[in-house]
Design a protein around this ligand. Sequence first.
Ligand code: COA
Length: 240
Amino acid sequence: MGGFKTLIYEKKDTIAYVTLNRPQALNAYNIQMRDDLYEVLRAINDDYEVRVAIFKGAGEKAFCAGADLSEFLTAPGPIVARQVRFGRDVWGLFLNIPQPTIAAVHGYVLGSGIEIALCCDIRIASEDARFGLPEVGLGIIPAAGGTQTLPRAIGRSRAMEMLLTNRWVSGKEAYRMGLVNHVVPKDTLLETAEEMAERIASYDPKAVRSAKQAVVRGLDTPLSEGLDLEKRLASPLLKK
Ligand code: COA
């Protein structure tokens, strides 16, 4: 599977790699990238061979510098936008794909860039990473799940500050606030993500998928329902 205009999709054994590939525009997220991402996510979702997916950015300077500002205000009107959203729920698909996802981010991680990273289960940043949410300063708000995923990751007040003041944080600070799992030197970023992916891929995919599902679905339910869900997911794994 290949030939995307804005992404590179590769598979090595059981690990999938998705590279945001518009380095000339700091991998800014445009309409074409939304369409390409949707196709790639569907392919990963349906491919039982893929056990883990790594998301990264091409070029030296950025994982993703946010929404493509050259398309700013060219978006369709609200009715068309809503139809597109119902037809292609990129973020709903991203958050619910059954395999674990790892974001390996460097340089600018702005706007949709943070939101893509937040759709992933695990985030690894290089020391040069800079995270920020410029949307409110542009008169819009994050619309790729960020207002929901960021506070769930780092708590309400920290998320509010980033969202409302556009304060940018470094890789180290992102680590301290729990936005990323690890911060590593830039030249070891991919290697660190790959080591983690290989470890996950070495385990029974049914157990891995069940553990992910228990966490993802459980987070949206009261504890008692979450415990029932865990029981339901655990028992088939015991009957081997
Ligand atoms: N959309 C479209 N193009 C973008 C872009 C974006 N969000 N961010 C960067 N680019 C393009 C620049 O226009 C420039 O293109 P050019 O070489 O054809 O002029 C190229 O990427 C390199 O960016 P540049 O601004 O020269 O790099 P820099 O290191 O000086 O600054 C940033 C980097 C990230 C600080 C700056 O590019 C920026 O502020 N980008 C916009 C961030 C933003 O507000 N995103 C929207 C969030 S909703």
